[in-house]
Every structure is written in structure tokens, then in C-alpha cells.
Design a protein around this ligand. Structure first.
Ligand code: TRP
Length: 331
């Protein structure tokens, strides 16, 4: 018998400035996951945003930006469940209930928390410390089997697996232990200016970060000024991080592999190669930006899409909560 289809869940931070690395590493994977998952559930995680200082009016705008980018990239509300976290209150209730099987020590070991707070531990919000429990709730309340996220989220996924196991051991078999699913190799897109580090809107360089919504001129400028090396060979190699990154980007944009790109540009200079990479990125992102510009102004339609998604999500989450509450001895 064929394996049952996975229940896929992933959460997306509400930032308006998604970049090429997010697009290739995450967003494309969600779009592909829609037909593999049954269901595939994607959530804009606005409740997580309050763990750091934020502006309430701005948060709502960023949620709509993010929703419009994902829809423009091909998320289809008919083929997946796409919603805003704060619209489904079961996430918050589940967070409190799961804290019964989460220890302070677990949270204290989270490296992302430690990195984020640095020495300012006293000033960090309790929400930031609690972030991994909310994230566990996001996934466990849907009894999801697969969590597609980046490598940086591995520890958080390990913790949610442990929380599910502990819950089941303490209260009886109720929750599903989900699997981490990393994006395919080649999905690690580096900063164009500093190719030793991941492309990032917070930690990277502005010139080295191509945004999904950049216009054609900006894309060409950023790719054109990408760091390469003093050689002239278009070849992927550990001592050629800049060129390797551009090869990977073009391979993804064209839907081929490194070898095909190396063959095509064998003997060509970096100038022609970069021009081809810029063309590839423009072709990849251009249609997304156009579609975004159509979708973003209609906030009522975006809200309606999110509300319809929340309704579908709530149905699943509420059923889990009935079991969880009963197991835990609530009325
Ligand atoms: N913490 C994740 C990130 O920073 C976002 C997220 C929140 C998430 N809840 C989730 C990812 C649940 C997967 C599943 O990318």
C-alpha cells in the first residue's frame, strides 16, 4: 500500500522583505508541498512577532505583505490551508497546555534564544523565551507529520518532537511526533557580497541581498556587482564561494544542475555569466512581483483569504484540543 500523504505544516515570519534565499529555500518548497501534503498548512506567525519590540499597526501591514508574496509565488488557498496564526486561538491555548511537559531547562538550552538575547537576558521578553513552545503548538495542534524549515530551526523541531513524546508518555497517545524536512541541497543561497554567509535581511549586506520584490534594474545591479574571485572559471568549488553561489542561483532559476551550468559557461567570462544569472533571477522573480502588485492593494480580499484559511485550520486544531483537554483532565 502507498504511504499516506504527509500532513505538512510550516510557519512564515511576517516580514515584508522576503529575499531570494527565502524564495528558493522556503517559499518554492511550500508551493511544491501543496499537492504532496494532505493537507499542507502554512501559517503567517504573527504571534511570534510580539516576542521582540514591534509596532501593532506595522505588524498587520507586514502580515498582509507576506500573505501577498506567498500567494503571488503560487500558494493556492484551494490546494492548501493558508492563514494567520493569531486568527486561530487554539495555538495560544495549546501553548499553555504544552508548558506542562516543557521544562525550563529545555528552553534554557535553545541556542537561538541565547544568540538573540546575548548579554541582555534580563531585558528579553518572556515571550522570546517561550517562542519554542508556541512553535511546538503550531505544529502539534495539527498533528502534522512533516515540518519543512531551514537548518537553523533544527533545535526547535527537536524540542517539539520531545514535547510530543513526553505528552504522549504522560497523558496517553494523543500527539504526532513530526519529522524535520530540510530543503534540498543547493537551496542554501549566500549573500552576493559576502558569499561566506547566508543571504539575510537582518544579518547580510543590502547590496548582497536580492529581495523578491526588487525591480529588474535593482536585481541587475545587485547581481552585476556580486563578488566573484580573481580567476575566470565558472566552476563550483570550495575556494570559489561567490561563483558557486551564482551557479547555484542560476541552476535553480533554470531548473537544472551545477554541471549543466558549468558546461554552458565553460570558457565564458564572468561578465557573460553574471548577465545570464541576472536574466535568470529576473525571470524567476519578475512574475511574482507583478502578481504581488495586483494582489497587495486589495486588503479586503487578502483578509478574506486568510479568514477562510483560518476557518479550515480551526476545524483541525479544535479537534486536537478536544482530545488534549480530555487527556489532561479538563472539562
Ligand atoms: N521559527 C520559525 C522561523 O523562524 C517560524 C515558525 C513559527 C515555524 N512556527 C513554526 C516554522 C512552525 C515551522 C513550524 O523560521
Amino acid at each position: 500500500m502507498a504511504d499516506p500523504k504527509p500532513i505538512i505544516f510550516s510557519g512564515i515570519q511576517p516580514t515584508g522583505s522576503k529575499h531570494l534565499g527565502n524564495f528558493i529555500g522556503a517559499i518554492r518548497q511550500y508551493v511544491e508541498g501543496q499537492d504532496r501534503g494532505e493537507p499542507a498548512i502554512f501559517c503567517v506567525v504573527d504571534l511570534h512577532s510580539i516576542s521582540v519590540p514591534y509596532d501593532p499597526g506595522d505588524l498587520r501591514e507586514r502580515v498582509l505583505d507576506t500573505a501577498a508574496i506567498l500567494l503571488a509565488a503560487g500558494l493556492d488557498p484551494e490546494r492548501c490551508i493558508f492563514f494567520r496564526q493569531s486568527d486561530v486561538r487554539e495555538h495560544t491555548e495549546m501553548t499553555w497546555l504544552l508548558s506542562a511537559v516543557t521544562s525550563h531547562g529545555d528552553l534554557d538550552r535553545m541556542t537561538q534564544f541565547k544568540e538573540k538575547v546575548g548579554k541582555a537576558r534580563e531585558l528579553a521578553s518572556a515571550a522570546l523565551f517561550y517562542y519554542p513552545v508556541l512553535m511546538a503548538s503550531d505544529v502539534l495542534v495539527y498533528r502534522a507529520t512533516e515540518v519543512p524549515v531551514g537548518e537553523d530551526q533544527r533545535q526547535h523541531v527537536e524540542l517539539m518532537r520531545e514535547i510530543a513524546r513526553r505528552f504522549n508518555a504522560r497523558f496517553g497517545d494523543t500527539l504526532v511526533v513530526p519529522e524535520l524536512v530540510l530543503p534540498e541541497v543547493g537551496a542554501r543561497i549566500m549573500d552576493l557580497q559576502e558569499p561566506e554567509r547566508k543571504m539575510s535581511t537582518t544579518g547580510g549586506t543590502e547590496q548582497g541581498t536580492v529581495l523578491v520584490l526588487d525591480d529588474e534594474k535593482t536585481i541587475r545591479k545587485k547581481v552585476g556587482s556580486a563578488v566573484t574571485d580573481s580567476g575566470r572559471e565558472v566552476r563550483a568549488a570550495p575556494d570559489k564561494p561567490g561563483v558557486t553561489n551564482l551557479i547555484d542561483i542560476l541552476a535553480v532559476a533554470r531548473g537544472t544542475g551545477r554541471a549543466e551550468i558549468e558546461r554552458e559557461f565553460d570558457g565564458a567570462g564572468y561578465g557573460d555569466f553574471k548577465k545570464a544569472v541576472a536574466d535568470g533571477v529576473v525571470d524567476l522573480l519578475g512574475p511574482v512581483r507583478e502578481r504581488y502588485e495586483e494582489l497587495r492593494p486589495d486588503e479586503a480580499a487578502l483578509e478574506a483569504t486568510l479568514a477562510a484559511g483560518a476557518e479550515k485550520a480551526r476545524e483541525i486544531a479544535a479537534a486536537t484540543m478536544v482530545d488534549v483537554r480530555a487527556r489532561m483532565g479538563f472539562g
